[in-house]
Each structure stands twice: as structure tokens, then as C-alpha cells.
Design a protein around this ligand. Structure first.
Ligand code: NAP
Ligand code: ZN
Length: 346
């Protein structure tokens, strides 16, 4: 068993503190990973603050994990010591249901096992990547391409796949007009991926403060949603809108921006229910949809796509001491565009 150094939180309003957590002995198909970097996703914040429901504290968040294989179980075939690997939002699933068999383990009918705040198949609570080590069964470990640095790879494991998957599913491509709502961790990945897929990309941000970055990342247009004229001008424009906003938005205003048969996909996950006027769908055969991360096969495809197209997140590397401050800055939309914890500072 490995005792990992970690950063844990004890309650919704509590600061992070140093902690030690046990990582299980390697089962036959397990991989021990020495974590080098862990990204901070807004989902970590929703969870740590108890917004999505009751949490078993102490909690160690972190589902954007990049590191090096330190040991492997007796029957592991996919990885060897020294490999550069990643782990995203899930660490296991039933492997047998219809959805798992399709490679959509995130939609496992028995519920996937989340990287943190879950219960693993041994009945133990899972703890995430704000720690020095993690043990994960090999099928849920990803290979990080050689030309992506480990610190930049970390955010791809959630922000990358969560935006790649709906862009892929709803076929963002040349001739398609795609809007990305929110230029945060997910949003700035969506812009780059949609651009690389060939779509015409528009960012819809609260302000124009990040316009230069958005255009540099591949956006063709950039509008402020605080300006009501934006909604008049863009009425009926987009084939696909990816909403990454972590808070409640006026869905009807955004639905009105879709063209005939257009789809608004919510990946943002605010705790509050969202409501909409169905006439906004009926009138133009529009769809409102949701999407959760992506399957393991698709996650590897996304990593390879990013490597091929030289897509990486813009990151700010922080020490373990700075997690609370980073959370505050994410909540204030003051992040360019992902905080990544240097785990050597644990
Ligand atoms: P983030 O970095 O905080 O980005 C969210 C962006 O939304 C902000 O940068 C801001 O962009 C915009 N925004 C924030 N508050 C807003 C408000 N009140 N009104 C309008 N816009 C606002 O967060 P993230 O890590 O990208 O995560 C975004 C959301 O996706 C979270 O809810 C997270 O839990 C969820 N998520 C879902 C999945 C999934 O599988 N579906 C996976 C990962 C994360 P501007 O400054 O440009 O306006
Ligand atoms: Zn996430």
C-alpha cells in the first residue's frame, strides 16, 4: 500500500489542508501512478462546496491527472513503469452493460466510478488527483502523447474530452457554425478543438476582456453577452452551441441563436435547474441536449487529436498552497484558462 500526500477539504466552507491518503495494493490489472500535475476543474469546486449534493468529507478532488507509471499489477499489459499517463473523471465502470460495451463508460448503466467522491468496487471512497499517487485499473488509464507536456496534458483529461465529445458527436466541421458560451477552462478548449475540426467558431463571453486570446486560439468571432445587441445580431445563426457556463443562464436567449435543426448542448453543470420556453424549440425544430465527459476510447482519440493539431490548454501552474486562492479566482472568472497544481509541492 502507498501512503500518498494530498490536499483535502473537510467541508463546504473549509480551506484545503495537507493530508495523507492510502492507495490500495495493486490488484492484477492496476497501475500505480506517480502524479506530477493535477488540473483544477470547476466541477471540483461544485463538489468541494457541496453544491451537487451531500459529500463524504474529507474530500480530495482532482480529475485531470497526469503522471508517470510507478508500478504495475501482475497482469497489466497496456502500461509499463515509466510510461507517461493520464486519468480523467472516472476510474472504473461495470464493463458489461450496453453502454460500457459501446465504449461509453461514462454512461455506464450501473453508474461509472468517479475519480473522487465515488465508491470503488472494493467499497472504499475514491479520492482524486490533488495527491502524489493514485491506483487505477489499466482500462481507465490514458496514454499521453510524447509531444504534450505533462502539465498541459492534465486539463485535457476533463476540459479537453468534455468539449471534444459533443463537438465530435454533433459533427462540428467545415461549413458548421459553432458557438462556445463561456471562455473558461472548458470554453477555451472548445474553441481550439472546434476550430481544428474546421468549424466557424464564435465565442459568447460575458465581456470582451478575453477577445484577443479567443481569436488567437482560433475563434473567428467574439461577442459580449452583456450587450443585448449581440442576441439581436446573432439571432438564428448557429448549428451548434456548446454552453460551458457553470452558472444558470437565460436558455431562451441562447436558443434563439440556433438555426433550423440547431442544437444547444449543455456541458456546464450548475446546481440550479434551468428552464426554457418550448416554443423556442418547436418553432425551428431545435434541440436542447446535454453531454458528460467522454468514453475512454474517445478520450484517447481526443489526446491524439490534440497532439496532431498541436492543441494544448493555456495553463497557470500553482503550488498546493494556492488551491483556495485558485478556487476564488475561478469563481470570479479570473482564470487564464486552467489552474494546474504542481504536485511536487504537496
Ligand atoms: P470555468 O473555468 O469557471 O469556466 C466557466 C466560464 O463560464 C467562465 O470562465 C465564464 O466565462 C462563464 N461564466 C461564469 N459564470 C457566469 C455567469 N454567472 N453568467 C455567464 N457566464 C458565466 O469552469 P469550467 O471548469 O470550464 O467548467 C464549466 C462548467 O462545466 C462547470 O459547471 C463544470 O462543473 C462543468 N463541467 C461539466 C462536465 C461534463 O461532463 N458535462 C465536465 C467538466 C465540467 P466568460 O468569462 O467568458 O463569460
Ligand atoms: Zn472536470
Amino acid at each position: 500500500m502507498v501512503i500518498a500526500k494530498a490536499r483535502a477539504v473537510d467541508g463546504p466552507d473549509k480551506p484545503f489542508r495537507a493530508a495523507e491518503i492510502k492507495r490500495r495494493d495493486l490488484d492484477l490489472h492496476d497501475v500505480l501512478i506517480e502524479i506530477k500535475y493535477a488540473g483544477i476543474c470547476h466541477s471540483d469546486i461544485h463538489t468541494a462546496h457541496g453544491e451537487w449534493g451531500p459529500v463524504n468529507y474529507p474530500l480530495v478532488p482532482g480529475h485531470e491527472i497526469a503522471g508517470i507509471v510507478a508500478d504495475v499489477g501482475a497482469k497489466v499489459t497496456k502500461y509499463k513503469i515509466g510510461d507517461r499517463v493520464g486519468v480523467g473523471c472516472m476510474v472504473d465502470s461495470c464493463g458489461e452493460c450496453e453502454n460500457c460495451l459501446k465504449g461509453e463508460e461514462q454512461y455506464c448503466l450501473k453508474g461509472n466510478i468517479q475519480t473522487y467522491a465515488g465508491i470503488d468496487k472494493y467499497g472504499e471512497p475514491t479520492q482524486g488527483g490533488y495527491s502524489t499517487h493514485v491506483v487505477v485499473q489499466e482500462n481507465f488509464v490514458l496514454k499521453i502523447p510524447d509531444n504534450i507536456e505533462l502539465d498541459q496534458a492534465a486539463p485535457l483529461l476533463c476540459a479537453g474530452i468534455t468539449t471534444y465529445s459533443p463537438l465530435n458527436h454533433w459533427k462540428a466541421a467545415q461549413g458548421k457554425r459553432v458557438a462556445v458560451v463561456g471562455m473558461g477552462g472548458l470554453g477555451h478548449m472548445a474553441v481550439q478543438i472546434a476550430h481544428a475540426m474546421g468549424a466557424e467558431v464564435t465565442v459568447l463571453s460575458q465581456t470582451l476582456k478575453k477577445k484577443e486570446d479567443g481569436l488567437q486560439l482560433g475563434a473567428d468571432h467574439y461577442y459580449a453577452t452583456s450587450n443585448p445587441e449581440t442576441f439581436e445580431k446573432l439571432n438564428g445563426t448557429f448549428d451548434l452551441i456548446i454552453n460551458t457556463v457553470s452558472a444558470k443562464i437565460n436558455l431562451d436567449a441562447y436558443l434563439s441563436l440556433l438555426t433550423l435543426d440547431g442544437t444547444l448542448v449543455n456541458v456546464g453543470a450548475p446546481a440550479e435547474p434551468l428552464s426554457l420556453n418550448v416554443f423556442n424549440l418547436i418553432g425551428h425544430r431545435r434541440s436542447f441536449a446535454g453531454s458528460m465527459i467522454g468514453g475512454i476510447r474517445e478520450t484517447q482519440e481526443m489526446l491524439d487529436f490534440c497532439a496532431k493539431h498541436k492543441i494544448v490548454p493555456k495553463i497557470e501552474v500553482i503550488s498546493a498552497e494556492q488551491i483556495d486562492e485558485a478556487y476564488k479566482r475561478v469563481l470570479a472568472s479570473d482564470v487564464k484558462y486552467r489552474f494546474v497544481i504542481d504536485v511536487s509541492t504537496m
